[in-house]
Design a binder for this molecule. Structure first.
Ligand code: ATP
Length: 476
């Protein structure tokens, strides 16, 4: 269970220093587990969202996208099971009054143990969680002498369930009927719109509905930067299928989603599947796609076979028929669902962690280094930087012309201050894959120097080929 806390801390600092992620309302000392995305972070996040959206909707004729509201009728969350079941076993330390999610407390302890011992402990925990054996979990924590990080004692309360939904009031009347929730997942906005989309889009099963948007969870142990937030964004797709075909579609999406991750050039060794032992109340199979962050292998995406639980439950609570007539087999049924659910912020963190590199460039006794973000060109917040070598001799004018030619197709950045080497390093740190320098030779032969971020190689190319070179790489 090797982790690299130092690297993780360096990444967090880099994110702040270069305008990717800031603590929320930092001038008031921040808000725990809430973050803001800065100028480069917001663009990187949007590029990841767009890439997901395009691969789900544009690339699949039978998947359409919607954008449902964050607020939903409160009965939605009764039907989905969130009011009764969306809770985690918690334990409080009596001395520090600090509350922990039981699985996180045990996992953190397991990380301090030798690998085999840690794995045995996690297996024991999984079994107890599966049985909902709260007394057993408490005993395990006591037997292992797990301590609170604040008080340093093992003086624990009993294990209890704690609901993770945020609630608020709709309208001005503060009676119970107006209490609503901030959605804890985007999926329910898809289920309640199943018939709307199926009918208006004349969709035939199998088909999918995709959506991206904010979700809110009152996470008790919110730590590890943007890995676990209280306000975050999900990218979910619910795929509606004929009952009985869920095994094959589950296998299909499990493979398909890993392929999507690998299409971004991440090495396959950095990924693994983790099958769920304790299934959620709605699922008959579930797997996590995990990535090896510097803090260890952690979930990025879940693929869940949700049966007909959600649609059936909404049918029951709304007393409206939610069924599909399958003309191929002449039958009415409530469709089964395979869900793919990925956290956009976690995918952002993955992209950042995977791209971040501190490179030693020392040569011939001269010390040198750089921090480079090796983002795939299609995700980079800035895709082309344009530098006139000097501020005079007509070079800025040529550079501006190139900017005008390119900026409607991809993100460009113009800079004329400082030495070229310094400008390159700043672009390396935000992950710009291409820098182009306009110099005096450009005026003579219409060529420019293009410098590649990853190899740091430079070559002369015709000025009018720059746009095409960048576009080819982005569309790869
Ligand atoms: P975890 O076990 O980490 O709490 P989960 O199994 O509850 O996650 P799901 O309900 O399956 O997560 O949500 C799907 C995806 O949403 C997760 O794979 C993750 O990427 C993302 N996600 C869930 N909770 C958070 C959070 N608090 N902050 C950021 N992303 C989250």
């Amino acid at each position: 269970m090797a982790t690299d806390q130092n690297k993780f801390q360096a990444i967090i600092s880099h994110c702040k220093e270069y305008g990717f992620v800031f603590p929320s309302s930092e001038i008031y000392d921040g808000l725990s587990a809430v973050y803001d995305y800065g100028q480069y972070g917001a663009q990187l996040k949007k590029n990841i969202r767009d890439y997901w959206w395009k691969s789900m909707t544009q690339m699949h004729e039978n998947i359409v996208g919607i954008d449902a509201a964050i607020f939903m009728h409160p009965t939605t969350w009764k039907a989905s099971g969130h009011v009764d079941n969306f809770s985690d076993p918690m334990i409080d330390n009596k001395d520090s009054k600090k509350r922990y999610r039981v699985d996180h407390l045990i996992e953190a302890h397991a990380e301090t143990l030798p690998a085999a011992e840690g794995e045995a402990l996690l297996a024991q925990m999984d079994n107890l969680l599966k049985e909902n054996d709260f007394a057993g979990l408490k005993k395990l924590i006591e037997d292992k002498k797990i301590k609170c990080t604040v008080s340093g004692t093992s003086n624990w309360t009993d294990v209890r369930q704690f609901n993770l939904m945020f609630s608020t009031q709709l309208g001005s009347v503060t009676d119970e009927a107006s209490e609503i929730y901030l959605r804890p997942e985007t999926a329910q906005g898809i289920f309640v719109n199943f018939l709307n989309v199926q009918k208006t889009g004349r969709m035939k099963i199998p088909f999918g509905i995709a959506q991206t948007g904010k979700a809110f969870r009152n996470e008790i142990v919110a730590r590890q930067f943007i890995f676990r937030m209280r306000e975050f964004e999900q990218m979910e797709m619910q795929f509606f299928i004929r009952p009985g075909t869920q095994k094959e579609w589950y296998a299909y999406w499990k493979e398909e989603r890993l392929k999507w991750h690998l299409s971004l050039g991440v090495s396959p060794e950095k990924y693994r599947y983790h099958d769920h032992v304790k299934l959620a109340h709605y699922a008959d199979a579930a797997v996590d796609i995990e990535y090896e962050f510097p803090i260890g292998f952690k979930e990025v995406e879940g693929i869940h076979s949700r049966t007909d639980f959600d649609l059936k439950s909404h049918q029951e609570y709304s007393r409206k028929k939610i069924q599909y007539f399958d003309t191929e087999i002449n039958q009415n049924y409530v469709p089964y669902v395979i869900e793919t659910s990925i956290g956009l912020d976690r995918m952002f963190l993955l992209t950042i962690c995977n791209a971040y590199e501190e490179e030693d460039l020392s040569k011939d006794g001269k010390e040198d280094s750089r921090v480079v973000m090796r983002f795939p060109a299609k995700l980079a917040p800035i895709q082309l930087a344009v530098f006139p070598l000097t501020k005079k001799d007509g070079l800025p004018e040529i550079a501006r012309e190139l900017m005008d030619k390119c900026k409607s197709s991809f993100f460009c950045f113009y800079e004329e201050k400082d030495a070229i080497g310094k400008r390159y390093r700043r672009q390396d740190a935000i992950g710009t894959p291409f820098c182009v320098t306009i110099d005096h030779q450009t005026k003579e032969d219409n060529t420019v120097t293009i410098r590649y971020r990853d190899s740091m190689e430079q070559e002369r190319v015709p000025l009018d080929k720059v746009k095409e070179i960048v576009l080819n790489k982005i569309n790869e």
